[in-house]
Ligand binder design. Structure first.
Ligand code: PEP
Length: 253
């Protein structure tokens, strides 16, 4: 099965305008002409989406937001809508990152509302799921992730699913330097694909892109990507440096 492979950089709350511009300019130059077997995505903070969009327009880099609200407009001080993300040039938004779940009360229900709002506006989503260390140690990894997938994607149709990417990010591996072993990650990716198959059928399950995230770096990317069900990476820390992000992209080719 020829699935779309995606390497995405999540910059989190890092980079002011000047820093963002130099990072994305270096990236743009380095990935020019790279074959299109891999989609390259950057997810800067809201404040630099617009300037970055001006630079990457017409290049092989796509733009993602890190979060979104579920209403299109209105009295929701501080929030950003899918309409605004589309307007500023986003192709994707990340939804349900573990840091949103941990610090900002994101739940499977709010994830579901956000996904539906985004799809209604013709944007694609990268939906993050993953277990905590405690959940892994209690052997509840599969039930936690099964619930995140079932509740998060509840009510979506097959057509909607064409715009959905899943990122498996074990919380214990994010920003810790501890990567899940490729086979540990792949085992969960297979479980996610099976869950998608039960919900949406074989065709969607075998074509959906499932990224791995959690301390991905230039030295572990190739081995991760060689697993049967790992179709890309969502990269945090190592995407903040153009050199290491470029090495990750090359390592995934
Ligand atoms: C992330 O936050 O999505 C992530 C995977 O971070 P890191 O690569 O730094 O572990």
């Amino acid at each position: 099965m020829n699935r779309k492979r995606i390497i995405a950089g999540n910059w989190k709350m890092n980079k002011v305008i000047e820093e963002s511009l130099s990072l994305v300019n270096e990236l743009k130059e380095a990935v020019q002409g790279i074959n299109d077997s891999i989609e390259i995505v950057v997810s800067p903070p809201f404040t630099t989406l617009s300037v970055i969009n001006d630079i990457i327009k017409g290049s092989n880099i796509l733009l993602a937001a890190q979060d979104v609200f579920w209403e299109d407009k209105g009295a929701y001080t501080g929030e950003i809508s899918p309409v605004m993300l589309k307007d500023v040039g986003c192709k994707y938004t990340i939804i349900g990152h573990s840091e949103r779940r941990q610090y900002f009360n994101e739940t499977n229900e709010t994830v579901n509302k956000k996904i539906k709002a985004v799809l209604k506006n013709d944007l694609s989503v990268i939906v993050c799921v993953g277990e905590t260390l405690e959940e892994r140690e209690n052997e509840t990894t599969f039930s936690v992730i099964g619930t995140q997938i079932r509740d998060g994607l509840n009510g979506l149709g097959q057509k909607d699913m064409e715009q959905v990417v899943i990122a498996y990010e074990p919380v214990w591996a994010i920003g810790t330097g501890k990567t899940a072993t490729p086979s540990q990650a792949n085992e969960v990716h297979i479980f996610i694909r099976d869950t998608i198959k039960e919900m949406f059928g074989d065709e969607i399950a075998s074509s959906i892109t499932i990224q791995y995230g959690g301390s991905v770096n230039p030295s572990n990317i190739t081995e991760l990507m060689s697993e049967s069900d790992i179709d890309g990476a969502l990269v945090g820390g190592a995407s903040l440096d153009s050199g290491s992000f470029i090495q990750i992209i090359r390592g995934a080719l």
